[in-house]
Design a binder for this molecule. Sequence first.
Ligand SMILES: [Zn+2]
Length: 143
Amino acid sequence: MEKIKVVCPHCGAVNAIPKKDQYSKANCGQCKASLLATKPINLDEAAFNNQVANSDIPVIVDFWAEWCGPCKMMAPAFEQTAAQYPLKLRFAKLDTEAQQSVAARFAIRSIPTTIAFKNNKEIDRVSGALSAEQLKQWVSQFI
Ligand SMILES: [Zn+2]
């Protein structure tokens, strides 16, 4: 059976799980928590590198900051969209103030900027706040 690598959203352990169309249950081999959790995870630089390098599923990263009004407006849409793709997409947030070196590495000039990563590479990005509908349309092309 084909396997895919997913990074646990709770502890960061890399899990290899059978590739399926749908999952009813999948737990982390290390911390036992559910790999189906969809709440966007907050990334520091190490967690960012781990997620992007070790995930076979695309990682959607919202580059944001506390002072950014449009970022806050977009947060509920981001969470809502994340909930629709358990183990299909990993949704994460990166605070550009706290993690300036990552923001610099990807030349983030305006926020919110949302970047899709696959196999450790940026595959697409979009700047500006998106509605849940726009976000869903944009991410559905990466599955
Ligand atoms: Zn875990």
